[in-house]
Ligand binder design. Structure first.
Ligand code: 9MR
Length: 371
């Protein structure tokens, strides 16, 4: 981490409140970002925080660029939802991570339930990618080209692409994306690949598969849908990142970070543990230069996907349902601020550090209420 005059100037102003993207950039990262979704953009209070590029320097469309919306029937392309998010980000000067192309889920039934040969499904995949990536050419800093292709044991998931085409659908998707937008960074993106183990090994295998086929792969996206108190150690997080870099990608990112409670509501100790866990992930990204940034999977519990999928779980994000900052926000902020001034880039995160850094470095949010 390098010393940043921007951070120093901000932190020298009494009462000045540096925000997450400012701090991330001052700490040498490209961005701190958030996912969002179309329905949320009518919520003025929500938008007021999301559109602030000092807070979020990067946006991911949570749904709008997925196949079910962009090619709901064969050859009928519709970019209305995706465009709304991309245009929003561009108008605010925010980087866009585009998401996602070859994925088994949110795939229209004409693809998932179609009758295909290798040639016809290859053509469908190539056509979809050429059209969508071509539509967004120049607007996506990166594309999540292939999403969630692995089972938990590191073997390939039996989706329609794998069943019909075989593993070569993966390099094929990367080749098609590179052809349509040569400047976009091309990512493999998955969950449960943040720590070490069989699935992380599977992600390394995918990097090798793509490279051996002569195709370009730039990055690995670690979604990081985590559970409070059970996250990998900082050491394991870094080991995993370094395994991807050793296999030949040039960057990694935390692409969908949220850290949920398995039972609700959280108590104060739980919120502190969540803060510590957010700090650990932030610290891992700071520790490796090739980690370009962190994206949280929306910023407020108000719009988190978790309760709808994991009944009884939630409160996973750094802002609560009332858009108030939780302890997790304070810890992310203080860890980034410490790295920006070069004073604690490899320190273990403790609540002591959080409190002391906050008081001197950033404004202290008084609200620590969870949902
Ligand atoms: O946040 C998305 C949610 O609104 C959708 O209902 C869901 C459907 O699968 O997808 C969510 O986003 C997913 C992302 O695209 C890929 N990784 C897992 C995310 C959470 O399910």
């Amino acid at each position: 981490m390098y010393f940043s005059t921007t951070a120093a100037a901000l932190l020298a102003i009494p009462g000045a409140s540096a925000q997450l993207n400012q701090l991330a950039k001052a700490a040498g990262k490209l961005y701190f970002g958030s996912a969002t979704d179309n329905g949320e953009l009518t919520d003025a209070a929500y938008v007021a925080i999301l559109e602030d590029a000092n807070m979020f320097g990067q946006i991911t469309p949570g749904n709008g660029q997925k196949w079910e919306y962009t090619e709901p029937s064969q050859g009928q392309f519709d970019y209305t939802s995706g465009d709304q998010i991309v245009d929003f980000a561009e108008s605010n000067g925010q980087i866009v991570r585009c998401h996602t192309l070859a994925w088994y889920s949110q795939l229209p039934s004409w693809v998932g339930d179609g009758t295909w040969t290798v040639d016809t499904l290859t053509s469908v995949l190539n056509t979809h990618i050429a059209n969508e990536v071509g539509h967004y050419k120049g607007q996506c800093r990166s594309w999540d080209v292939v999403n969630e292709a692995l089972n938990e044991d590191g073997t390939y998931r039996e989706n329609v692409f794998y069943t019909v085409i075989g593993e070569s659908y993966i390099p094929l998707a990367f080749e098609a994306t590179a052809a349509a937008d040569p400047d976009a960074k091309l990512y493999y993106n998955d969950y449960n690949i943040e720590g070490t183990g069989a699935k992380q090994d599977g992600a390394v295998t995918i990097i090798n598969l793509v490279k051996d086929a002569g195709a370009k792969i730039d990055g690995v996206g670690m979604q990081a849908h985590l559970i409070v108190g059970t996250i990998p150690t900082q050491s394991d997080l870094e080991t995993s990142i370094n395994s991807y870099l050793s296999a030949g990608v040039t960057e990694v990112a935390y692409t969908e970070l949220d850290i949920r409670f398995s039972s609700l509501p959280p108590d104060d100790a739980g919120l502190q543990q969540q803060a510590t866990d957010y700090g650990t992930v932030t610290q891992a990204c700071l520790a490796v230069d090739a980690c370009v940034g962190i994206t949280i999977w929306d910023y407020t519990d108000k719009y988190s996907w978790i309760p709808g999928v994991f009944a009884g779980s939630g409160a996973a994000l750094p802002w609560d349902e009332n858009l108030s900052e939780k302890p997790a926000y304070s810890t992310i902020s203080s860890v980034l601020a410490a790295a920006a001034t070069g004073s604690a880039s490899n320190a273990t995160i403790t609540t002591t550090l959080v409190t002391s850094t906050l008081i001197t470095a950033t404004s202290v949010p008084t609200s620590t209420s969870g949902s």
